[in-house]
Every structure is written in C-alpha cells, then in structure tokens.
Write a protein that binds this ligand. Structure first.
Ligand SMILES: *[C@@H]1O[C@H](CO)[C@@H](O)[C@H](O)[C@H]1NC(C)=O
Ligand SMILES: *[C@@H]1O[C@H](CO)[C@@H](O)[C@H](O)[C@H]1NC(C)=O
Ligand SMILES: *[C@@H]1O[C@H](CO)[C@@H](O)[C@H](O)[C@H]1NC(C)=O
Ligand SMILES: *[C@@H]1O[C@H](CO)[C@@H](O)[C@H](O)[C@H]1NC(C)=O
Ligand SMILES: *[C@@H]1O[C@H](CO)[C@@H](O)[C@H](O)[C@H]1NC(C)=O
Length: 392
C-alpha cells in the first residue's frame, strides 16, 4: 500500500513538474521579469538614475530618457511617487521601455501596471503589444495617493512578442513624464455562459491580475472591444475608468471580485446578452458598499433593454450589499445591460479619492425562472423519496 501510494506520489510530482516546466516556458501569470524595477543594474542603483545605455535596466530595453527613480527622491519642490517598493522608472519625452515575452499565440492577455504622473500637464502612456496598443490618459487622479494600478488587454499575435511602454508626450519640461511600476501579465479566459444566466462573467471573478497586497484595486479604462477585455464579457464604454476590486481590501458581495463604479455617468460598464424577443426577463444583481469610506448616498442606474432604473443603496441591518431587480421585456436577440453610478462620490476621509457603488453577481434570466426552479426542486424531492422507498 505504502509503496504504491509512494509511486503515485512520484507520478503526481512528475506531472506537476512537467506542468511547472510548461508554465515557465510559456510564461506565468504575475509580475514579469524585473517588473517592479527592484533588480539593481550592473553598477548598482546610481544616484544619477538615468539609464546608461539601452540595456542598463535588467530585463528591459530602453530608448530615450529613461530614469530609475527612488522613493523619497525630490524634483523641484515635489517628492516623486514610487508606487511600490523603492524603485520605479520614469519615461521622458518620447522615451520607451520594452521587454520580450513568450506568450501563447492567439490567446488574450491582460497587462496590469501602476502609473503616476509627475507634472500637471496632460500625461499619457502608450502601452502596446505590437501591433495592438492602448493609450492611457493619466490626467484624472482617481486616488489621492497620486498613482493607480491599471489594466489593459491584448490578443497576442505571436509567441515571441514585445511589451512596450512609451511616453508619447513632448513636454517643454523634459523631466516631466509618467512613472511606471509593478508590471504583471495574466492570460485571460472567457468563462462559459452559465445555464441559467445570460450574462457572461456576471460575478466578475475573471479579470486582470491583481497583486495580493495592492490596496487600490485596478482601474479598467475605456475598452470598447468585448472580444478583448480585461473583464471578459464586459466593456467599459465611458471615457473614465471603473475600478476592479478584491475581497482582501474591499467589501465584495459575492466571491473575491467585483466592480466599483466611479465618476457618475462617466464610468459605464455594459454587456450585450443573448435574449429571445418578446420574452419577459429579470435582471438581478447585488448592489453594495465597498467599505472604503465612500460618502453616501450611493445609487446605480441599471439598464436592461428599454428599462432604466435608479436604485438606491439601502441595505438591511449590517449587510454591505442588497439585491436589486429590473424587470424587462426583450425586444431583440441581443439586449444591452449596463450600469453607472448616479452620484459622483468621493471618500469621506480625503474628500478627493473617487469611489462609488459596487456591482456584483449580475444575472439575466426568464422572469418565470423561479417557477421552474421550484418545480425542479419539487421533482428532485419526489425522486429522492421514490429512491428511498425502493432501497427500503
Ligand atoms: C529610438 O526612438 C527613436 C525615436 O522614437 C527612433 O527613431 C529609433 O529608431 C529608436 N531606436 C531603437 C533602437 O528602437
Ligand atoms: C502607440 O504605439 C504604437 C507602437 O508602439 C503605435 O503604433 C500607436 O500608433 C501608438 N498609439 C498612440 C495612441 O499613440
Ligand atoms: C507586495 O508583495 C510582494 C511580493 O508578494 C513584495 O515583494 C512587496 O514588497 C509587497 N509590497 C508591499 C507594499 O507590501
Ligand atoms: C449589527 O452590528 C452591531 C455591532 O457591530 C451588532 O451589535 C448588531 O447585533 C448587528 N445587527 C445585526 C442585525 O446583525
Ligand atoms: C419583477 O417581476 C416579479 C414577477 O415576475 C415581481 O414579483 C417583482 O416585484 C418585479 N420587480 C420589480 C422591481 O418590478
């Protein structure tokens, strides 16, 4: 017995080893090589900071004025923001850094990174896995800390590919330019549509990489392509971002992940769900408070087909969320379901960090589903007693 289980264990470890090897070859989810810029360059971190040559930052190639900045470093009267750890990079005018990655051709990936702007000017970042690129506007401060994690997604067209961060700016002051840190990658999968729910990823459990100790959630900027979304199934159809939050640092109604809606009407998520024309449906979801000191009142505008309903957050007793329902009649084979925050909320402690209502567990199903569900339970009950009788 013992020997057999021992041999079994060996097989298991061999299989695990093979999988681990495979995962390493294909690249694992999480921080990319020196994605936190904490690996010292060959000569150590210099006080000058400016990368000396295109390969001086370990694992990266750079072009243009790329500077390793240190937490506490001052520039003018300002202390530079380093999102995590003690180092980050700053991209000067038209400067870029890139890293070669081995990914799976044809797969979807989400890239998470932290970014801060340094000057008040319009600052933006161009993040690309060529030929696809995203332009991230760093003008809006969502957070009083001065930086935020963001996620963008790509369909990868080649096994060997490059991840590029570029500052497209041409500021008068060449020391202005975004600071980036904590770059991670995650292969995305689109969850199957559940049997009794027309919404894909309605529980928001599948999404971009989040560091376990990131307390700020991850911003999901505008993304109109439902096929390539950091939040599979959903699009962010507004100019502003929404925040993807985790249960380690926020109150989440169900599971580990949810979405916090920010900036009123300027933060909209939506999904086109499959429906049958002229049938009655019910949209249900959880509406919650993230427990992030967000100033109430909180409310969402929920859309389903031609229905729009303003739902205020007013949970029972000590709960941090409540259930909400919108009844609608589908008019076509596809129906748009969408949410935005009715108010423009900020936190009570700093009066400026953006926050808002939490949406989770979104379901769309036939209005009569409850009858079938109870009917089903009844059937199972009968079957159970019948089986018991037979056994006895
Ligand atoms: C560096 O950037 C400049 C300007 O964008 C470009 O002309 C040049 O080809 C780049 N060099 C490399 C090695 O990529
Ligand atoms: C971003 O960079 C890519 C290539 O690096 C370029 O093709 C694309 O036009 C740029 N996008 C913007 C908005 O600047
Ligand atoms: C977050 O976790 C990573 C590794 O898991 C660690 O290197 C880093 O120092 C942590 N950051 C903070 C701010 O605790
Ligand atoms: C609500 O919370 C308070 C204090 O945390 C507790 O005393 C009270 O029993 C709770 N009420 C319910 C209905 O759970
Ligand atoms: C939705 O319809 C159900 C019956 O199908 C009804 O019980 C419920 O009160 C309706 N909800 C709303 C918000 O109109």
């Amino acid at each position: 017995m013992v020997r057999r289980s021992c041999r079994g264990a060996k097989w298991v470890s061999l299989v695990v080893l093979i999988f681990a090897l495979f995962a390493t070859i294909l690249g694992e989810d999480g921080l990319i090589s020196n994605g936190d810029f904490e690996t010292p360059p060959a000569g150590g971190f210099s006080s000058e900071g400016v990368a000396d040559g295109p390969t001086s930052i370990p694992s990266w190639r750079s072009n243009g004025t790329v500077e390793l900045v240190q937490s506490g470093q001052r520039q003018g009267g300002m202390i530079l923001v380093v999102p995590e750890g003690t180092h980050a990079v700053r991209l000067g005018n038209d400067a870029e850094i890139s890293q070669e990655l081995t990914l799976e051709k044809g797969a979807m990936y989400s890239v998470t990174f932290s970014a801060a702007r340094t000057c008040a000017q319009l600052e933006s970042l161009n993040v690309s896995i060529p030929p696809a690129s995203h332009s991230i506007d760093l003008q809006t401060l969502y957070n009083i800390q001065g930086w935020d994690p963001y996620a963008v997604s790509f369909e990868v067209e080649d096994d060997r590919t490059k991840l590029v961060f570029k500052n497209p700016g041409m500021e008068d002051d060449p020391t202005c330019g975004p600071i980036i840190d904590d770059i991670a990658i995650k292969k995305l999968f689109t969850p199957d549509r559940p049997k009794d729910n027309a919404v894909v990823n309605g529980d928001f459990e599948e999404g971009p990489w989040m560091f376990r100790n990131t307390t700020l959630g991850v911003l999901l900027p505008t993304n109109l392509d439902e096929e390539i979304s950091s939040l599979p199934g959903w699009i962010v159809e507004s100019n502003r971002a929404v925040r993807y939050i985790d249960s380690y640092h926020f109150s989440v109604p169900q599971g580990k992940r949810a979405v916090e809606l920010l900036s009123g009407k300027e933060g909209i998520i939506s999904q086109m769900v499959e429906t049958k024309a002229d049938k009655d449906y019910q949209l249900t979801f959880s509406l919650g408070h993230a427990n992030d000191k967000c100033k109430q009142p909180l409310a969402v505008m929920a859309f389903a087909g031609d229905q729009a309903q303003n739902i205020h957050y007013a949970p029972n007793s000590n709960s941090t969320f409540q259930g909400a329902t919108v009844n609608f009649t589908a008019k076509a084979e596809r129906t748009r379901v969408a949410f935005y925050s009715v108010y423009y909320n900020t936190r009570t402690d700093d009066m400026s960090s953006l926050c808002g209502p939490v949406v989770d567990d979104v379901r769309v199903w036939f209005s009569a589903a409850w009858r079938n569900a109870y009917g089903g339970l009844f059937g199972v009950g009968i079957g159970f007693w019948a089986l018991l009788l037979v056994l006895v």
